[in-house]
Structures are given as structure tokens and as C-alpha cells.
Design a binder for this molecule. Structure first.
Ligand code: 5RP
Length: 221
């Protein structure tokens, strides 16, 4: 068992009969979805909302019943990966481009469980490029305004030589902050920037962090 698998499988222990569950996105969330699918196969009764088209496809593959957001007011639990986790459980997310749906699901859950291999634990956020989801209309202006404000390298995410498009039809700009001294302040300020839909800083959202280690051990924080 590898570190991501250990963390993903451990998180599935929090899922109980009758719960509505948010399913994260990425290679660590994959293992949680796989395990929850196995539990559903053995009779666990839950319903789920996925944070990306990719995770929705996985849920279908593993037989996890999905529910429309219109039928749900709150989720009992959401389980998702992270790109960086600091000692206050503030996160950088969005490496896989699903940050907006991930944040919507996380803030609407009674318990948000983050699953991460030990390499994701950092003393200060910012080593990982911060994903910022921006609207395509006049995106060059939004990018320019961000570059002007923060004076750090910010590049448009690309895939196959084209601008990367999120499941919501937006673009992503990845910002190399290096060190983020005040994640809360930066989170607020970015959110106030016209043209920015949301960003990958998750501050005061995580309730529990499950760290997975290469030897298969897990630590619950
Ligand atoms: C996707 C995410 C992922 O949770 C994050 O990128 C971690 O991915 P992985 O588990 O593959 O390392 O935020 O938008």
C-alpha cells in the first residue's frame, strides 16, 4: 500500500450508512472513491456528489449513487486531496484544476477530511503554484492585474498547447508565490479581484487531515 492509498482508504472509515458524501478529485481521492465503492458493493447505503467530471465517472464506475445538488442542502462529509497542507490545516488545492467545485463541496460539508501523502505537509504554503480560476472574457487583463499586484510569476495553465479549461468553462492561472505569509489575507484579496472566480487557497475549511506514509501508516490530525 502506498501513502496516497493509505490516506484514501483510512478516510473511507468515516463514511457511514445514510450519509451524503462529497467525493474529491485527484490521485489520492481516487483511492477514497475506490474504497467507498467497495463498501457500497458490500451494502453501504450512501449518496454522493463529485467535485469533477473525472470523479463523477469514477463514482459511476464504482457503483456509488450520485445525487443532484438540488436534492441536497448539506453534505455530511467530503473527502479530498491537497497539494500543500500547512500546520494550521490551510491548504493549496487545484493542481488537478477542480478547485472551484472542491471548495463549494468542502464548505458545504459538516466535516471536510483532507487526505495527503506526507510530502504534501509543509511549514508554509506557497512552494506549490497557487491555481487561480479566472473567467475567459478579457482573461489577459485579469492576468495582467494579478501580475501587477503581486509581482510574481503567474502563467496561464496549458494542456496540449491550448489554454486549460476547467469543468466550469474557465481558465486557470498558476501563481508562483514562493512563500505565502498570510494565506487568509491573500485568499480574501484574490477573491475580491474582478475576473477571478476562485482560487486554490482553502483557509479554515479543513476539519481533519489524514497523512499517509510510504510504509502504509496513517496519522490523523
Ligand atoms: C485537484 C486537487 C487535488 O486534490 C490535488 O491536486 C491533489 O492531487 P493528488 O491527490 O493527485 O496529489 O486539488 O484539483
Amino acid at each position: 500500500m502506498n501513502a496516497k492509498q493509505a490516506a484514501g482508504y483510512k478516510a473511507a472509515e468515516w463514511v457511514r450508512d445514510g450519509m451524503t458524501v462529497g467525493l474529491g478529485t485527484g490521485s489520492t481521492a481516487y483511492y477514497a472513491i475506490e474504497k467507498i465503492g467497495e463498501m457500497v458493493g458490500k451494502g453501504l447505503k450512501i449518496r454522493a456528489i463529485a467535485t469533477s467530471n473525472a470523479s463523477e465517472e469514477l463514482a459511476v464506475k464504482y457503483g456509488i449513487p450520485l445525487v443532484a445538488s438540488s436534492e441536497v442542502t448539506r453534505l455530511d462529509i467530503a473527502i479530498d486531496g491537497a497539494d500543500e497542507v500547512d500546520p494550521q490545516m490551510a491548504l493549496i488545492k487545484g493542481g488537478g484544476g477542480a478547485l472551484l467545485r472542491e471548495k463549494l463541496v468542502a464548505i458545504n460539508s459538516d466535516r471536510f477530511i483532507v487526505i495527503a501523502d506526507s510530502g504534501k505537509m509543509v511549514s508554509q504554503l506557497g512552494g506549490f503554484k497557487l491555481p487561480i480560476e479566472i473567467v475567459p472574457f478579457c482573461y489577459e487583463w485579469t492576468l495582467g492585474r494579478l501580475q501587477e499586484r503581486y509581482k510574481v510569476e503567474i502563467e496561464m495553465r496549458q494542456r496540449d498547447g491550448q489554454l486549460y479549461v476547467t469543468d466550469n468553462g474557465n481558465y486557470i492561472a498558476d501563481a508562483s508565490f514562493g512563500k505565502i505569509v498570510s494565506p487568509g489575507e491573500l485568499s480574501h484579496e484574490l477573491k475580491m479581484t474582478t475576473g477571478v472566480v476562485d482560487h486554490g487557497l482553502f483557509v479554515d475549511i479543513a476539519d481533519t487531515v489524514i497523512v499517509g506514509y510510504d510504509d502504509g501508516r496513517t496519522e490523523v490530525i
